[in-house]
Design a protein around this ligand. Structure first.
Ligand code: ARG
Length: 250
């Protein structure tokens, strides 16, 4: 790879989320509240020391599904699969500026073989947006089970991401309840970019996931039903968030 700076730019790009300059909605985890990381012991901040923009180099979330296996979004690591050593995984930190919690390295990265990108307006649309990071050691932490959003009215999102499209600074873990939407609510605004075969639709156009929340959970009944993937902006009226189904692991 090139210089650290170029690598940082690459990592920022692979985080896949343009820091949009458009007006922020009042509530974009947009619309949530600060959360205690102890409530989410299996939730990790995925980052890289070369991503200087953020404390802990954080740019995504991930969920522990086995003692050494972290599930995250494919777009979070679609470049880093060539440099797994550039990734860090941090558990148990309610605020990324803190020193506490547990940090682990990454031995290998497996992105979904059908991962690909299209575009919707200015947004990158990742398909089969899943990756598994094999950690360089087993961690002594609870794992989380996978589920499905089918039939549920609402779920919970959690992440260290921005609280609106114009917020670059949030470093605190936040969570929020979001309604699970039907396919029509996403195809109505996203057309064919929304693929119900491997995506889920959630959010009310106010409360939403946002930049740097990708790879984090949409929890339904205590299980990870889908991961934060994409959307047009954050919390824009009429535009739900799009989540990647965890039904077909890489
Ligand atoms: N791609 C973003 C990230 O890397 C997540 C965007 C989610 N957007 C939304 N409107 N729900 O963190």
């Amino acid at each position: 790879m090139a210089s650290p700076l170029r690598r940082a730019a690459a990592v920022a790009a692979l985080a896949g989320c343009a820091l949009a300059a458009s007006p922020a909605p009042a509530h974009a985890v947009a619309g949530g509240a600060p959360a205690d990381a102890a409530r989410y012991p299996w939730l990790a901040a995925v980052g890289s020391p070369v991503f200087f923009l953020r404390p802990a180099g954080q740019f995504c979330g991930g969920v522990l599904i086995a003692p050494d296996q972290l599930l995250t979004a494919g777009h979070c690591v679609s470049i880093a699969k060539y440099v797994p050593g550039a990734l860090t995984v941090t558990f148990g930190r309610s605020d990324l500026v803190e020193r506490g919690g547990e940090q682990v390295g990454v031995r290998s990265v497996k992105v979904h073989p059908q991962y690909r990108e299209t575009t919707f307006q200015d947004e990158t649309v990742p398909h089969h947006d899943l990756a598994i990071l094999t950690l360089d050691r087993k961690v002594a932490r609870p794992t989380v089970r996978l589920g499905s959003p089918a039939g549920a009215a609402a779920g919970t999102i959690a992440g260290w991401g921005t609280t609106s499209e114009n917020d670059l600074l949030n470093t605190k873990l936040r969570d929020a309840a979001v309604p699970i939407r039907d396919t029509a609510a996403c195809t109505a605004v996203y057309g064919d970019s929304y693929d119900p075969a491997d995506m889920a639709c959630a959010g009310d156009g106010r409360t939403d996931s946002c930049t740097f929340d990708s790879g984090g959970p949409l929890l339904v009944n205590g299980r990870v039903a889908a991961l934060v993937s994409w959307g047009l902006g954050c919390g824009r009226p009429g535009y739900p968030g799009v989540y990647t189904s965890v039904a077909d692991l890489p």
